[in-house]
Write a protein that binds this ligand. Structure first.
Ligand SMILES: Cc1cc2nc3c(=O)[nH]c(=O)nc-3n(C[C@H](O)[C@H](O)[C@H](O)COP(=O)(O)O)c2cc1C
Length: 216
């Protein structure tokens, strides 16, 4: 495998910025979009439990309904693909069983052979200390997918805008998520920057490395 070199990596990350104005005439090509969908699916999570669902919203009317629920941010309607990141709420043993069955199938092993692993997960996530804050825990996993998605998009020359500026409860209502046991956490617009986006040229504001990173 040909890995990217450090200079190219940092150049891509410098190129990425939270895009405020997308070029509404540009659409992400299917092959590129498929790869970006795969970055969501391939995101690692604690125990591998994937407590999430990603909603890819291209429907124009739906996006027009979401915009007022998103602090009126134009990225919702101007971008090419709009992703809503949701958690599966109050994870149960059923979810873990589904994961165990999937693991057994994919790896060609028996479910019995990983019964111990199942017990550890159920004891922790469903009944143990994690269960008290299981939805916050799930949200943390979802943010990993957001980071993965944005970085991968930048590597492919696709612009993104991560968005917490939205009303999660109203998203849930409009998208009918509560009945299905899911809840909105964050969203991300993806597409191509408009030439008029003045944010593109603003210098990145980061604390000096010595203040946020320590070598011990
Ligand atoms: C979780 C998260 C939520 C954000 N929500 C919004 C948002 O709702 N609207 C927006 O324009 N930018 C949003 N941002 C963008 C940040 O303001 C931006 O990433 C930060 O200022 C750093 O700038 P840069 O991404 O351009 O390097 C969000 C960023 C993150 C990581």
């Amino acid at each position: 495998m040909n890995h990217i070199n450090p200079t190219d990596l940092i150049e891509h990350l410098q190129w990425r910025y939270a895009t405020k104005k997308f070029d509404a005439t540009k659409t992400i090509a299917p092959a590129i979009w498929t790869a970006l969908e795969d970055t969501l699916v391939l995101t690692p999570s604690s125990y591998g439990l994937q407590p999430w669902k990603f909603l890819v919203i291209t429907n124009k009317q739906l996006r027009e309904q979401l915009q007022p629920l998103s602090w009126n941010q134009a990225q919702v309607t101007d971008c090419s693909h709009f992703v809503v990141f949701t958690i599966k709420k109050n994870l149960t043993a059923d979810h873990i069983d589904r994961f165990i069955a999937r693991t057994a199938k994919v790896r060609g092993i028996t479910e019995e052979s990983i019964a111990g692993f199942r017990k550890i997960m159920v004891d922790n996530v469903v009944y143990g200390s994690l269960s008290l804050t299981v939805n916050e825990w799930a949200a943390r996993q979802v943010y990993i997918s957001l980071g993965n998605f944005m970085t991968s998009a930048a590597m492919l020359g696709v612009d993104t805008c991560p968005m917490e500026g939205l009303e999660p409860a109203n998203y849930d209502k409009l998208l009918g998520l509560s009945e299905k046991g899911f809840a909105t956490v964050v969203a991300c617009a993806a597409g191509y920057r408009s030439e008029e986006d003045k944010y593109e040229t603003l210098a990145k504001v980061r604390f000096p490395k010595a203040e946020v990173l320590e070598n011990l």
